[in-house]
Design a protein around this ligand. Sequence first.
Ligand code: SAM
Length: 207
Amino acid sequence: MSFNTNTWNRLRYTLYLPIYDLVADRIFRRYRKRSIELLQAKPDDTILIVGAGTGLDLPYLQSYTRITANDITPGMITKLKSRAEKLGVPFEAHVMNGQQMTYADYSFDAVILHLIIAVIPDPVACIREVERVLKPGGTVIVFDKFLPDGQQPSLLRRLFNQVASTLFSDVNRSIGTIVGHTSLQVELNEPAAFGGTFRIVRLRKVA
Ligand SMILES: C[S@@+](CC[C@H](N)C(=O)[O-])C[C@H]1O[C@@H](n2cnc3c(N)ncnc32)[C@H](O)[C@@H]1O
């Protein structure tokens, strides 16, 4: 049984909003920067951020002009808009479910998935949507915590995950298994925060 639903996430992220940046900014700052560098987007590329939160990625996207962001929590989008205005980053933002996006097929050159694949209730639905809206040859950058591919979580870890996935994020997801439901190719998978528990993974949609 899972408590990880869109309704629950909308509620808890509304509650976390006042302290979100205190927790998620400083410790992940250098990995966000590294991840966006590895995206290797061109200045006029169309870029989508799924589950964009308060917009902590925006300081590293100031040289891009065609950014779209979405999140299921309305309060997150309000905070993201005010950050973008302060930074002068032009963008569009939508309250939207990352598992069922309303963008047309082949809309984006690049997609950013930072700290969303381990949070969203159905990561396979999300990555399939990302594949759908990505242009052929486009890239996806993922930054998140993953169980190593092929590793089975222990009973203790599965029990702990009941709490972790409800209050923070799932600790038992494997990026290879999730991406395996698409035809996206893994181009790079490098260790990031907490001794490599967090990874930066670049995916490409074959042209
Ligand atoms: C851990 S935060 C990450 C935010 C941001 N990407 C960052 O790096 O700081 C997870 C975000 O995912 C959003 N979220 C959860 N479920 C979602 C869904 N189904 N569709 C879109 N966003 C979702 C939450 O509202 C929250 O803002």
